[in-house]
Ligand binder design. Structure first.
Ligand code: CU
Ligand code: CU
Length: 501
């Protein structure tokens, strides 16, 4: 339970925000009834805000100078007709912005530390309006405040007033069901393959004693190939999806160094489910671009565990590729097999519909609706259907698949078409006896399984989630088995014999 401490901090921020919304909404309703005359219209009102990370809430705007100095997400006030001059200073080397929808105000991207932008607009209508950061997840964890404009509009212009009452509600973007964006930028020319080869499995630990192991992981944001002619801005551990499979034994001590590559726009972190301790490490590894953090843990319990980024919006980072598996082998190691593979399932939330070419954008709204466009094994649509990413084995061999779900949201009904799992280590428990002779096994987000089966007959076997609609959204992989036919087990394909009348 303690492993989710980091998440609870985030939830607290959410609750705080919800409370803020409850306080502000009734005020928004009353304001327009006050009828404060706009006698002081036309003056210039200046405010300065600075972004802040790591306080309470997790991300915020903090007032600089004057009455709002030091105030978190201060209420900004102006009279109708005033010119509002708003300066935003980036307090960290993290991507932020400030927008006010109703006035078409946007600072554009602030990326570097101390980067400063001033925007100016006329407070043309009364009401309460939200200023917020539109980078996915930032508003949700606290980057939001209220601009309160006092006064009345001129007679005959009540329509503006009506609009302000209906438009300035909290959560309008979060609650609405979104429609697809039907245009996309051209596919990114620098996009690379981000597919982790499923054969990329570290060697067994064998029968050794516990050791101290240093692990270095680097958060890398990059343009990757999501499908033919389609690219996406991925977030990864070490440039591929899933991140590298880590393999240790119970009792090992791990010193984990997390690097956040220079040039990245977002902070990143890591929560490993193999860790006993707050946040699974996320409390020690919130890492800014160009920086490094570290923490140590001892692997107390064997198992196959998911690791993932735990920086808000966590689901955005996970759906963009920040997950992997860590295998903690029991004393003496796992039983040997002939082939081991590493496969993870995730789902992706693009603003544009499945199949559209170009560079697709992330949709925070679809993510909140849990309405993905793509389902992927190892990061890209149909990734494991093309060599070198196809799984290969020989007739007679025993295959083991380390299978995990990064998610962030969808449960997998993992199945291999044409095979029966001889053994399923259900929920990736390596210390319980395996289930035998299983067709399909459930794997929850943030969970894993280990399956083993002997391949008896050559041919192509399909890895799927048996929620089979997902095969039409990119979720299928191949296991190619070569070797001699075995007609006693499987045969057919000839013409039926004519009985002859
Ligand atoms: Cu932000
Ligand atoms: Cu991240």
């Amino acid at each position: 339970m303690s492993r989710y401490f980091g998440l609870r901090v985030v939830s607290a921020a959410f609750i705080g925000l919800a409370a803020l919304a409850l306080v502000m909404l009734p005020v928004g309703g009353q304001l327009t009834l006050q009828g404060v005359a706009a006698q002081e219209s036309g003056s210039v009102v200046e405010y300065t805000l600075r972004t802040q990370i790591g306080g309470d809430p997790v991300m915020a705007f903090v007032g600089v100078g004057g009455a709002i100095d030091g105030v978190v997400n201060p209420e900004l006030t102006a009279n109708v007709g005033d010119t509002v001059r708003l300066t935003v200073i980036n307090g960290d080397p993290v991507l932020h912005n400030l927008v006010i929808d109703e006035f078409n105000v946007s600072t554009g991207d602030l990326v570097t530390d101390e980067q400063t932008v001033t925007v100016e607009f006329v407070a043309s209508q009364p009401g309460n309006f939200f200023y917020y950061c539109s980078i996915p997840g930032h508003r949700q964890v606290g980057m939001q405040g209220v601009l309160r404009i006092i006064g009345t509009v001129a007679v005959g212009d009540e329509s503006a007033l009506q609009e302000s009452q209906t438009d300035s509600g909290y959560g309008s973007s979060a609650g609405a069901r979104t429609t697809d964006t039907m245009t996309a930028a051209p596919a990114a020319e620098d996009a690379v393959s981000i597919i982790r080869n499923p054969a990329d499995v570290p060697p067994p630990v064998g029968d050794r004693g516990p050791e101290t192991i240093r692990v270095d992981l680097t958060a890398v944001e990059l343009n990757g190939i999501l499908a033919d002619g389609t690219t996406y801005r991925y977030m990864t551990f070490d440039g591929e999806v899933p991140g590298p499979m880590l393999r240790i034994r119970v009792g090992d001590s791990v010193e984990l160094h997390l690097h956040n590559a220079p040039g990245n726009q977002l902070p990143h972190s890591i929560d490993l489910h193999a860790v006993t301790g707050p946040g699974g490490g996320a409390v020690y590894t919130q890492t800014l671009s160009g920086s490094e953090t570290l923490f140590s843990f001892q692997a107390l319990q064997p198992g196959l565990y998911v690791y993932h980024c735990a920086t808000p919006s966590i689901a955005h980072h996970i759906s963009s590729g920040m997950y992997g598996l860590i295998l903690v082998e029991p004393i003496g190691g796992l039983p040997p097999v002939d082939r081991e593979f590493y496969v993870m399932q995730g789902e992706m939330y693009t603003a544009q519909p499945f199949g559209m070419q170009g560079h697709l954008d992330f949709s925070h709204e679809k993510m909140l609706d849990e309405d993905p466009e793509y389902f992927v094994f190892n990061g890209a649509a149909n990734a494991l259907t093309v060599d070198p990413y196809i799984l290969h084995a020989q007739v007679g061999e025993t295959v083991r698949i380390y299978f995990g779900v990064g998610g962030p949201n969808a449960i997998s009904s993992f199945h291999v078409i044409g095979e029966i799992f001889d053994r399923v280590y259900n929920l990736a428990s390596l210390t319980s006896p395996p289930m035998t002779n299983v067709q399909t096994t459930l794997v929850p987000p943030g969970g894993a399984t280990m399956v083993e089966f002997k391949v008896d007959v050559p041919g192509r076997y399909l890895l799927v989630d048996h929620a089979l609609s997902r095969t039409e959204r990119g979720l299928v992989g191949y296991l190619e088995v070569e070797g001699a036919e075995n007609p006693a087990i499987f045969s057919g394909g000839g013409l039926p014999e004519q009985s002859g009348h």
